[in-house]
Design a protein around this ligand. Structure first.
Ligand SMILES: [Zn+2]
Length: 315
């Protein structure tokens, strides 16, 4: 299979879910082998640090935070002056999931702030947007990789098991003690643009009303609105229009997982089974897959993978 990029430059605007800031993003075609690269422009924003902009490749090494969203960063001094604040781009997962599903390998993403806009809380707006950008095959060959033995990542009741397979297959299960969610499971095979659009893209981010105050204190969800989040109180969904699917919650978790998989820079031939996952566990998974790609013997010995703690906020 050949690598692909987009045909034309496209732009869109929206509000960052966590920062609440207005952001403009522009996608441009990129050269074979360059991958997905975020470019923060004109960084006079407080979180983005000073200077005249910076680049962050969408890759496992750039993972900076797993709390509520995937945040990528360049380390202080790595792409500018020593002592600069850490420069980051937050909430990349829904856009990355769409790029991955559209099988776009190389694209440059310019961002006017430090967060990808929330849009309606789902990946649907990005589907329409990427379609308008077109897709064109390039001369280089796309990387794919297989694993040769199962990988298991466990954290209490949360787990991810990865088995060798002929193609990417994702099975996801969640279990929330809430009358509108409960136990939900969903499976995706043959992931492409059509499957993504029809079964996953419209599923929105969700959150609980009782958590909003704590999130705001932590400087998170400042752009969260009922227009871009499914909000639940103790009994029901508060959004007047209701849910887009009864199992919208687990479908959204798969969108998040696909966005995190995009950090591999290649499509794994594997069956990924997730139980009660979240970004933190997803990130441990991509680290394990990356390690298995670089050195299969390390991934086969789970003790060689550094354990990381997971909290209740791992969503
Ligand atoms: Zn999400």
């Amino acid at each position: 299979m050949q690598q692909s990029t987009i045909v034309r430059r496209v732009a869109c605007q929206g509000i960052g879910l966590h920062s609440g800031e207005e952001v403009e993003i522009t996608l441009s075609p990129a050269a074979p082998g360059s991958g997905i690269v975020f470019v923060a422009l004109g960084c006079d924003h407080r979180d983005a640090g000073g200077g005249s902009g910076f680049e962050i490749s969408a890759c496992v090494d750039a993972i900076h935070s797993s709390s509520r969203a995937t945040t990528l960063a360049v380390a202080s001094g790595a792409n500018g002056n020593e002592g600069d604040p850490v420069r980051q781009i937050a909430t990349v997962e829904h856009l990355l999931a769409t790029i991955f599903a559209f099988e776009i390998d190389n694209v440059r993403i310019e961002v006017s702030g430090s967060e990808i806009p929330a849009m309606d809380g789902s990946a649907s707006p990005f589907v329409d947007w990427l379609r308008s950008a077109g897709r064109i095959a390039q001369t280089a060959t796309r990387d794919e990789f297989s694993i040769d033995a199962p990988i298991v990542i466990r954290d209490g009741e949360r787990s991810i098991r990865i088995d060798p397979a002929d193609e990417l297959r994702i099975s996801y299960e969640i279990d929330f003690d809430h009358p509108c969610i409960g136990r939900q499971s969903f499976e995706v095979t043959g992931l492409d643009e059509k499957v993504f659009e029809e079964e996953l893209a419209a599923a929105r981010t969700f959150g609980f009303a009782h958590e909003v105050e704590a999130l705001h204190r932590a400087g998170l969800a400042l752009g969260g609105r009922i227009e871009n989040t499914v909000v639940l109180d103790d009994e029901k969904v508060l959004n007047a229009e209701g849910l887009r699917w009864p199992d919208e919650f687990v479908r959204h978790k798969i969108v998040d997982l696909i966005g995190d998989l995009a950090l591999l820079g290649a499509r794994p031939k594997a069956h990924i089974q997730v139980v009660r996952g979240g970004h933190r566990l997803h990130h441990r998974m991509v680290e394990a897959l990356m390690a298995s790609r670089e050195s299969p013997s390390i991934a086969r010995n789970p003790r060689a993978l550094a354990p990381t703690s997971t909290s209740a906020s791992d969503r």
